[in-house]
Design a binder for this molecule. Sequence first.
Ligand SMILES: *Cc1c(COP(=O)(O)O)cnc(C)c1O
Length: 389
Amino acid sequence: MSQDKAATIAVRAGINTDQHHSAVVPPIHLSSTYRLEGYNQKGDYDYSRSGNPTRSSLGTAIADLEGGCTGIITSTGMAAIHLICQLLNKDDLLVIPHDCYGGSYRLFTHLQQRGLFKLAVVDQTDIAQVEAVMQKNPRLTLIETPSNPLLRIVDITKICELAKKAGSLVAVDNTFLTPILQKPLALGADIVIHSTTKFINGHSDVVAGAVVTKELQLGEELAWWANCIGITGSPFDSFLTLRGLKTLPVRLKQHQENAQSIVAAVASHKAVANVYYPGLKEHPGHQLAAQQQAGFGSMLSIELNGGLDAVKSLFEHLSLFTLAQSLGGVESLISHPSTMTHAGMDLEAQLVAGIKPGLVRLSVGIEDVDDLLKDLTSALDNCLAITES
Ligand SMILES: *Cc1c(COP(=O)(O)O)cnc(C)c1O
C-alpha cells in the first residue's frame, strides 16, 4: 500500500513503469495474449482477460487511493456491482438501501427473483431498521451514501459496526464522492465499489467500474470471479481512466467550489422550493456528512415551485447545463430524475421516495462559475413566470 498522499498517487500512477523504452507515461498494452518464456514458464501476464499491465496500473492506483489492497477494474460500474453478488449463495441474505442506484436495484431484485440469494431492502438512515435486519445475519450489506437524487447521508461507521457484529461483509458504493472525499475502508467497510464512468474518469468518455477490497483474500476471490465471468475492463478504457484520474483531486476542488456558489445562489431564488445539498446546515445529513466526508461534493438537487411546467421551461432556457444522464464529468449536466434515472419506479413509489415531478438533479462541472450562475439564474427567472401564472 502506498504511503503517498492522494494527489501524488493519482498523478504518479503507472509513471516510470516502462522497462523497455523508459516512457514516462505508461504505454497502452492492447495485446490480448502474452508469450511464455518456455515450457510452463508463464510471466506476470498470459491473457488479457486475466491480467493486463495497463489495467493493473489503474487497479493499483484506485486501491491505493481507497487505502485497500486489491483493485479490480471492471467493464462497467454495473459489472462491479454484479461481481460482489458472486459472494452470495442461495440462502445468503443481501441488505440494500431502499434508495440505491436504479440499475443496482434492478439487478438485485431480478437476481433475487431467480432465487440466487435473499434480499432485504431497508431505509439505512433509520438505524432501528438496520439493527432489525442484522438479526437475520446477512452475508453482505451494501451502502450508498450520499444517495441519488436526494443526497441522503447514512452512517457508514455505525452500519459497519452493526454488520460486523452480525457477521456481514460491508460494501460501499463510493461513486458520488470518490476516495478523495470519503474513505469507506477506513470507516470499517470491507469493499468499495465505483462506477469509474463518473468522477474517477471524469471526462464522460468511458463506461467502467472498480472493486477495491481491504483484505487480500477477498480481493483474490473477487479477481478470480472477474476473470471467470469475463467482466474485466479494457486496456484502452483503463488508459483513459488513468489519464482522467491524475486530475481527480484538482477537479474535485473546482467541482465543489462551483457547486457551493450555485447552492448559495439558488437557495434564495423565488422559483426554487427546496435545495438538497449536504453542505447546507438544514440538510438532515449535514452533521454526519461533515464527520465522515472530506467535502460535500458537487451533486445537488433542486425542487422547483412550478412543478413539471417549470422543469420544462428551465431545460428550454439553459445553455450551459446539458440535459443528460450521468454525472461527475468536467461539463455541467442536469437531469430530471422522475422521467430519467428513476423512470423505472412508478409515480407513487417516486413520491414515497421524495422524488417529485418538479425535482431536477445537477452535476456541477468545472466551467467558469460566473457563466454557470448566469445560465442557471436567468433560466430560473424564466420559471418565475410559470410559478406566478
Ligand atoms: C452510474 C452508477 C452506477 C453504474 O455504473 P455504470 O458505469 O453506469 O455501469 C452504479 N452506482 C452508482 C452510484 C452510479 O452513479
